[in-house]
Design a protein around this ligand. Structure first.
Ligand code: CTP
Ligand code: CA
Length: 219
């Protein structure tokens, strides 16, 4: 029913969304990941679809069902996520980066399971992952780019700094410190005009409000 009553603000628009964590392998049975559940990104994908958009959801490993009417691409690593986004970005109107992308990956994952050896500990070297959002924002004719920021302090200030650094028009701060994995959240929209608070609500409701805010900014 929600789908029926949602105004079709994004009719005819193409939207690409990243969601969930990434998984960076250490060896064939181990890796580095984080506590992102994917709930906010999946809710946004569903809300954009209900607003009439054609939606591609590039998702790291999550336990969530594919949103109705959305094309989901499953990936594991940040590099795979970037490649999947690049493969779908042509003619995209809006790119929303919700994924909690690992900032670093293991430089040389072991081809075989690393065995325990008495008296010796493994050591891991890291390399920086590509910044997917900044890469897309730097394209010659970029889509409208939206980022998310999870900060533990100074949310508005750090989010605005991140928006400037990545050269994107809108960044969304997670106000709730416990947003990761929760069903509720509280958001702070930060753009060139200043900040706007979306008070505590379910991720579904916030997703609809954010999609509406984005479509207003698209004009
Ligand atoms: N992001 C991305 N690719 C990365 C890292 C982050 O696309 N390799 C995106 C996230 O999806 C999010 C935004 O950038 O929309 C901000 O992510 P965040 O981790 O808060 O910022 P970083 O630039 O990685 O800075 P830091 O983790 O040091 O705060
Ligand atoms: Ca980061």
């Amino acid at each position: 029913l929600t789908a029926f009553f949602t105004p079709k603000h994004l009719a005819g628009k193409r939207v690409v969304i990243t969601a969930g964590p990434t998984f960076e392998p250490i060896d064939p049975v181990r890796g580095i990941t984080n506590l992102s559940s994917g709930k906010m990104g999946y809710a946004l994908a569903q809300a954009a679809q209900q607003a009439g958009a054609n939606v591609v959801l590039v998702s790291g490993p999550t336990a969530l069902a594919e949103p109705y009417g959305v094309q989901r691409m499953d990936v594991q690593t940040a590099q795979q996520m970037l490649a999947a986004v690049q493969a779908h970005i042509a003619d995209t109107d809006v790119f929303i980066a919700v994924a909690a992308v690992a900032d670093w990956r293991v430089a040389e994952p072991s081809a075989q399971k690393i065995k325990k050896q008495a008296g010796s500990l493994p050591s891991l070297a890291f390399v920086e992952n590509p910044d997917i959002l900044a890469t897309i924002a730097a394209l010659p004719n970029p889509p409208y780019c939206v980022g998310f920021a999870a900060e533990s302090e100074n949310l508005a200030e750090y989010a605005q700094a991140k928006r400037a650094k990545k050269n994107i028009p809108l960044i969304v701060g997670n106000v709730a410190q416990t947003a990761l994995g929760a069903d509720d959240n509280e958001l702070l929209l930060c753009d060139a005009a200043g900040t706007q608070r979306l008070p505590r609500a379910s991720k579904q409701v916030l997703a609809q409000q954010l999609i509406e805010a984005i479509s207003q900014r698209l004009g």
